[in-house]
Design a protein around this ligand. Structure first.
Ligand code: AMP
Length: 421
């Protein structure tokens, strides 16, 4: 019996994978343009990195981690998000000293045991960027501008930027208390998760998706009304910079995001075109996280974009090409077949994409294969051509044919495809 793939995971097949490659290449280009350097961190980490980093009271840590005890008795997890790993690497390798500006990006798979649906998977892939050590609001605006540039470089339209400020360690307790006070007796009307959140971490109530809870949640106080002077100033400065960049946004009071470490700025870019899972990227500032994870007292800010959702949001008409041969070599007869492998070698050594039919079938089936591979040129090598030191050339688009000397084969293809590469 065939063994199927694991629920919530997907094969990205030829045909779709080119769209992924386009997203990744565009992201690299834009990130590097903004001064970010790539980093690759492991897929497995110690479980406590996320229970301490992402937060004990978050859904990710409480319900969604692929955590296990390894053969040495260590608690290990597949990473559910990138930020704690990036912070760990920043601290572990003292990147503050090693890099002129610690601006990092990473691309890779994340794992969460969620209920799969369109745009939501158990293995999904993120583009992640993080900047460490800069507290000024101009960097918040630059990170949001980077996210905006990425989306527009991908040709994605119909998106909205939402921003909020969730305050800092100084002003958040008052906001939390205000939430609990405003909830009052309504707590009893909320779902079991929210009743738990009201005790452990009232801000998390904003993550609730249960339809029956929404009326109560919509009436709750707004974090921006509880900001201390410094957080208020910071938020105003971020907004002023976004205006300067001419990036349109709305302030969304419900945007507290599902992770514990956020401070001050949070933001998301939402798409109206990809269904219910409409957040294509999200991020924010996390000023206490580096210290909390055992590092120096350094601030940080970043965002993560879901590659699956970016691919879904790409314009339908985007032309991304799969690799295709520059030339197909067809051979007839044993001697010609032998010689055709030498020709193939010469073509490939010259950097060309050259393909062949391995099993010596009829010319007709070789031409059919060339056609399916979308080769623009076919070289035909038969006994006659071999004897004359020539090659027959067929241009597939026009069906025109000619003969050329074998010695000129490589130069001929280079000349023909040269302008198209
Ligand atoms: P988060 O790390 O939860 O802030 O998510 C950042 C981005 O990752 C989201 O905006 C989504 O684009 C993407 N994402 C998060 N969870 C999933 C998932 N289960 N499946 C696909 N994409 C996801």
């Amino acid at each position: 019996m065939m063994i199927p793939s694991v629920r919530g995971t997907r094969d990205i097949l030829p045909g779709e994978v080119e769209r992924w490659a386009f997203v990744e290449a565009t992201a690299r280009r834009v990130f590097e343009q903004y001064g970010y350097f790539e980093i690759r961190t492991p897929i497995i980490e110690r479980e406590e990195l996320f229970s301490k980093g992402t937060g004990e009271t978050t859904d990710i840590v409480q319900k969604e981690m692929y955590a296990f005890t390894d053969k040495g008795g260590e608690r290990i997890t597949l990473r559910p998000e990138a930020t704690p790993s990036m912070v760990r690497a920043f601290v572990e390798h003292a990147l503050e000293q090693a890099m002129a500006v610690p601006k990092l990006y990473a691309i890779g798979p994340m794992f969460r045991y969620e209920r799969p649906q369109k745009g939501r998977y158990r293995q999904f892939h993120q583009l992640d960027v993080e900047v460490f050590g800069i507290a000024d609001a101009s960097v918040d605006a630059e990170v949001i501008d980077l996210a905006w540039s990425l989306v527009s470089a991908l040709g994605i339209s119909g998106v909205d930027l939402a921003i909020n400020s969730v305050g800092c360690a100084a002003c958040r307790p008052a906001f939390s208390a205000a939430l609990v006070a405003a909830l009052g007796d309504d707590v009893g009307k909320l779902c079991a998760d929210c009743q738990r959140r009201a005790v452990t971490n009232p801000l998390r109530i904003f993550d609730c998706k249960v339809p029956g809870d929404q009326a109560v949640i919509d009436a709750l106080p707004h974090s921006v009304d509880y900001l201390c002077g410094e957080c208020r100033q910071h938020f105003d400065a971020v907004r002023a910079s976004l205006d300067l960049y001419r990036i349109p946004y709305t302030v969304s009071h419900r945007l507290v995001r599902g992770l514990d470490y956020y401070t001050r700025t949070t933001f998301e870019i939402l798409s109206g075109q990809i269904g219910a899972q409409n957040a294509i990227l999200g991020g924010g500032r996390y000023d206490g996280l580096v210290k909390q994870l055992g590092g120096p007292d350094r601030v940080g800010i970043g965002f993560a974009a879901g590659i699956e959702r970016l691919v879904l949001a790409l314009p339908e008409e985007l032309a991304v090409s799969a690799p295709r041969p520059d030339v197909f070599v067809a051979a007839l007869g044993e001697a010609a077949r032998f010689s055709s492998f030498e020709l193939l070698r010469d073509l490939r050594r010259a950097g060309l994409n050259a393909q062949i039919e391995y099993e010596g079938r009829s010319l007709k089936s070789q031409m059919k294969r060339a056609d399916r591979l979308k080769a623009p040129l076919v070289f035909v090598l038969g006994e006659d051509e071999l004897a004359r030191g020539e090659i027959g050339v067929k241009h597939m688009a026009t069906s025109t044919q000619e003969s050329i000397p074998r010695a000129e084969a490589v130069a001929y293809v280079l000349r023909t495809v040269g302008g198209k590469r």
